[in-house]
Design a protein around this ligand. Structure first.
Ligand code: AMP
Length: 283
């Protein structure tokens, strides 16, 4: 596995790969790797790509009072995991190489980024889209892999790639969960034992809603949302439900009734830890 820290060096390697017509698969991450990240690398490997992973804790996507400083950074472990996962090239850029400090241009979504997570994190998706655009321009991968776990992010990235005519194909891969149903996340390490136990009720609330929908006990979205919120409040101590919504799977528009494939989107805070998750229900 090659470890590359500088954009200039990476670009010359990419040029060589292109000269040899080697297909590249790219997995951008912020590190603290877990099975969710590794599943994206496996997808790239299964697609017979030259596997490129980046680890970059992107300051631009964190708000002022968010967890940038305390975000876990187990770099040695991450390097080992990449090595074991058949990563061919690990890109570890320095913040100063990525941002010169005089940025004037950002990638902004005019509508979707303002909803759901964008309500409490108004500059978050600007940071995400800008770094993803930069990395796609530097690496020009044939395929880039993202997790369904961050569903709004994945839809925004697909929209950006389509609207701005990037060449890369975006693949969105399923969420990897613990046996309990809790979606894997680097931020789960903030949870203490009983918080972690309670966090599994996020997934269970989705299953509960699915049952209500499939039994036709509830058919108005508003009532299903209220039921999920109520379930979460009852099962999880010290929870703040930031949002629960039920949207059509591909447009992310509010579904009035669960009449087509829908997706539950949800963000909660358990004490200080913010967790997001989502779940598709096929009608
Ligand atoms: P992050 O390091 O949190 O920026 O995540 C890097 C990529 O891994 C993103 O595309 C995430 O959506 C994806 N990811 C994070 N958690 C999971 C998970 N539990 N299952 C699948 N993909 C995930």
């Amino acid at each position: 596995m090659r470890i590359v820290k500088c954009i200039h060096q990476l670009k010359s390697i990419i040029e060589c790969l292109k000269d040899q017509n080697i297909k590249t698969g790219f997995v951008p991450t912020m590190g603290a790797l877990h099975e969710g990240h590794l599943s994206l690398i496996s997808e790239s490997d299964n697609d017979h790509c030259y596997n490129i992973v980046s680890i970059f804790l992107n300051p631009l996507q964190f708000g002022k009072n968010e967890d940038l400083d305390k975000y876990p950074k187990p770099l040695e472990r991450d390097i080992m995991l990449c090595q074991e996962s058949r990563v061919n090239l690990l890109f570890l850029p320095d913040t100063k190489d990525i941002y010169k400090g005089k940025e004037d241009i950002y990638i902004v979504s005019e509508s979707l980024a303002k909803l759901f997570c964008g309500i409490t994190r108004p500059t978050h998706f600007r940071g995400v889209l800008t770094i993803v655009a930069k990395l796609l321009n530097i690496i020009e991968p044939d395929i880039a892999y993202f997790g369904e776990k961050d569903y709004q992010q994945a839809v925004l990235i697909k929209n950006m790639v389509r609207e701005l005519n990037f060449k890369t194909v975006i693949k969105v891969c399923r969420t990897v969960r613990e046996e309990s149903g809790l979606a894997l996340s680097s931020r789960n390490s903030y949870l203490i034992e009983n918080e972690r136990k309670m966090a599994q009720f996020i997934y269970r609330s989705f299953k509960h809603a699915e049952e209500l929908i499939k039994n036709k006990s509830l058919n108005k979205t508003e009532h299903i949302i209220a039921e999920i919120k109520d379930y979460l409040q009852k099962k999880i101590d010290n929870i703040i439900v930031e949002y629960v919504d039920i949207v059509y799977d591909n447009t992310l528009e509010r579904a009035e009734y669960p009449d087509k494939d829908i997706r539950i989107l949800c963000a909660v805070k358990i004490n200080q830890t913010r967790l997001i998750d989502n779940y598709k229900i096929s009608i």
